[in-house]
Design a protein around this ligand. Structure first.
Ligand SMILES: Cc1ncc(COP(=O)(O)O)c(C=O)c1O
Length: 362
């Protein structure tokens, strides 16, 4: 009988929901909810040729454009199929069997999977009540010289965010212990601080970013890691033969030439978020806006009714009953103000406040 490696046998994976976008308004996966504009889609398609499909991709132009946009050297970058692949590459490159990996939890669910596949020893650190980043716990764990600290900032499960001036101190502290800090900035565009100046003067810091969230290219799978040349040289050795596909290269380059498209997409989400936060707060819900493209809400006594109504209106949200610090919270990815108005109308209905139709469209 053929057996896998022990680390593989011990790995537990859960299936991701894969509900159809045609049927559902999907507010459960932190995607860009209103899709990219037709004009953007068409502009990208117009640049494709039949050999965009048949030939292997030419990735170098994207390295050059991205480096110029970020103000870094191309050899400080590694592209990959979504930031997810870059997360994996960090573990594959730097973590040996038995190395300690510190991860504030809850967080992006693939960190423990990839750490485990490398045989890393996980130290999960619970976030604090009120979704605080466990800074003191991280500092304490650094005393043990862990190999890697993986921090999603903003956090993709909670929404909390550590501003760079605070994170910076942790990176400096980590350097004293030879600890690599991987900061996953999947939602960085929503924070208003996209500077890569934070990389300067740190030889133990790698940032991971994605075109999946604010850029709206989740379906094309495009992300990148940026960091010191020495570290990126090591990571580059783990890349597949060709790291990203040609359609992703063309679309990524288009968005780098048109940053106003991304700014508009972010602004639309922020307007939706403001509406949702304002209206749900007015209804008496506890709301945690967070720094990413979603909000957390406690519907309280009305929770089950509202969740049922949302479901029957084909609106998917992430309900987190029983999930530790997230127990009772519902995560809602923000869409346009109109889309958020539908959610508000259903929340009102679930609280018996409004006489709208069950799908909130009336
Ligand atoms: C914090 C964080 N990192 C990484 C990812 C992976 O995104 P992608 O692989 O689409 O770039 C996600 C997705 O939800 C996320 O929340």
């Amino acid at each position: 009988m053929i057996k896998p490696r022990r680390a593989v046998a011990e790995t537990v994976r859960t299936a991701m929901p894969d509900a159809s976008r045609r049927q559902y308004l999907k507010l459960d996966r932190n995607e860009l909810v209103p899709p990219v504009a037709n004009s953007v889609f068409q502009a990208v398609i117009d640049q494709l040729e039949p050999d965009s499909f048949s030939a292997y991709p030419a990735v170098q132009p994207l390295y050059e454009d991205l480096a110029a946009a970020l103000g870094v050297a191309p050899n400080q970058l590694l592209l990959g199929a979504g930031s997810d692949w870059l997360v994996r590459a960090c573990f594959d490159t730097f973590v040996e069997e038995g190395d300690e990996v510190v991860i504030p939890v809850p967080t992006y669910g693939m960190y423990p999977v990839y750490a485990g596949l490398r045989g890393g020893e996980l130290t999960p650190l619970e976030h604090l009540d009120g979704f605080g980043v466990p800074v003191a716990g991280i500092r304490k764990s650094l005393q043990r010289n862990p190999k890697l600290l993986a921090l999603a900032n903003p956090n993709g499960a909670l929404g909390c965010y550590l501003p760079w001036n605070e994170l910076h101190e942790l990176v400096v502290e980590a350097a004293k212990h030879d600890t690599l800090v991987v900061v996953d900035e999947a939602y960085v565009e929503y924070t208003g601080d996209e500077s890569t100046a934070r990389l300067a003067a740190h030889n133990n810091l790698i940032l991971i970013r994605t075109f999946s969230k604010a850029c709206g290219l989740a379906g094309l799978r495009l992300g990148y890691a940026v960091g010191p040349v020495e570290l990126m040289d090591w990571m580059r050795r783990t890349r597949p033969n060709v790291e990203v596909n040609e359609v992703a290269v063309v679309a990524g380059r288009y968005l780098l030439r048109h940053p106003e498209v991304v700014r508009h997409q972010v602004a639309l989400g922020q307007a939706g978020k403001q509406l949702l936060v304002r209206e749900l707060t007015a209804l008496g819900c506890e709301v945690y806006p967070g720094a990413a493209n979603f909000v957390q809400v406690q519907f309280g006594w009305a929770r089950e009714g509202i969740l049922k109504l949302l479901r029957s209106a084909d609106i998917l949200v992430k309900d987190q009953a029983g999930a530790g610090i997230l127990d009772g919270w519902t995560r809602i990815t923000v869409g346009s103000p109109e889309q958020m108005q539908r959610v508000v109308a259903i929340a009102k209905q679930g609280m018996g406040i409004d006489e709208r139709s069950p799908d909130g469209r009336a």
